[in-house]
Design a protein around this ligand. Structure first.
Ligand SMILES: Cc1cc2nc3c(=O)[nH]c(=O)nc-3n(C[C@H](O)[C@H](O)[C@H](O)COP(=O)(O)OP(=O)(O)OC[C@H]3O[C@@H](n4cnc5c(N)ncnc54)[C@H](O)[C@@H]3O)c2cc1C
Length: 234
């Protein structure tokens, strides 16, 4: 289990990975709000603004060795220092923007069992750290079942796999056409959430199998693709 570090003033260490090209976007407002509120509660905050950094999302051969490039190692160090990692991004095609997907492919991959030969889920290298997805959407509403399905590859298939305790997401719906009042409510809700983020209970760590059982999803094995009678139903 990763050690929980406290900053010199007694707060925790938070790392925010920000993936929006425009600083004046609503995502930018959510980022600045998060930095301010977390600091006001005595936490240390580090931010990686992926577009500003020109983060290269393409996986390199070196990423699969112990000798990764300086930029990726810098991101790995920030995750190592963090008690909580917040990902702030606009939803693109029901998923991460490509630059953030590439950050996952490179940074989380280095910290995963693929390179470190650690286990997955409960044995994952990042046990003891919290992760929180905060994203905005164009859609004014998303049915709960669709949201859960959409989150599967992001929360379970990426973050739970390496051992993160994933907190429920912070979703700001339909921000493009929202009224000023609605947007102010989103910012206020974000402030309230972050004020108590380290007191939030963590949920049971999900594996894809557990998720599937929970949702009674029809899992098709590779064999079942050619023989549907082999489909495994939990
Ligand atoms: C490639 C692509 C794929 C997409 N796929 C999906 C998808 O699958 N599902 C989906 O739902 N959406 C999708 N979208 C839409 C996307 O998620 C939204 O455009 C995005 O979430 C909007 O966030 P933003 O920060 O860019 O908002 P902005 O457009 O930057 O801001 C929204 C509003 O907030 C206002 N604002 C900014 N700062 C403040 C502040 N401090 N206080 C108050 N108001 C403020 C702005 O003036 C504006 O009126 C997609 C978009 C793209 C480009």
């Amino acid at each position: 289990m990763a050690a929980t570090r406290t900053s010199s003033n007694g707060g925790k260490n938070v790392f925010i990975v920000y993936a929006h090209p425009k600083p004046e976007s609503f995502n930018g407002a959510l980022l600045r709000t998060a930095v301010d509120v977390l600091k006001s509660h005595g936490h240390s905050v580090e931010v990686s603004d992926l577009y500003e950094m020109g983060f290269d999302p393409l996986v390199r051969l070196d990423d699969f060795s112990v000798d990764v490039c300086r930029v990726v190692q810098g991101e790995v160090d920030k995750v190592e220092r963090a008690d909580l990692v917040v990902f702030q991004f606009p939803l693109y095609w029901c998923s991460f923007p490509a630059i953030l997907k590439g950050w996952m492919d490179r940074v989380i991959q280095v910290m995963s069992g693929f390179v470190r030969k650690t286990g997955l889920y409960e044995e994952g290298a990042l046990r003891g750290k919290r992760a929180l997805l905060s994203f905005t959407t164009g859609a004014p509403s998303i049915p709960f079942e669709s949201l859960e399905a959409m989150l599967l590859p992001m929360q379970v298939g990426t973050l739970n796999v390496v051992g993160f305790d994933v907190l429920p997401p912070q979703v700001s719906l339909g921000v493009e056409n929202a009224t000023g009042e609605k947007l102010e409510k989103y910012l206020a809700a974000w402030i309230e959430r972050l004020s108590g983020v380290f007191e939030e209970p963590t949920a049971e760590l999900l594996t894809i199998d557990k998720w599937a059982k929970k949702h009674s999803v029809l899992i098709l094995t590779a064999r079942a693709k050619s023989d549907p009678t082999q489909a495994k139903h939990f």
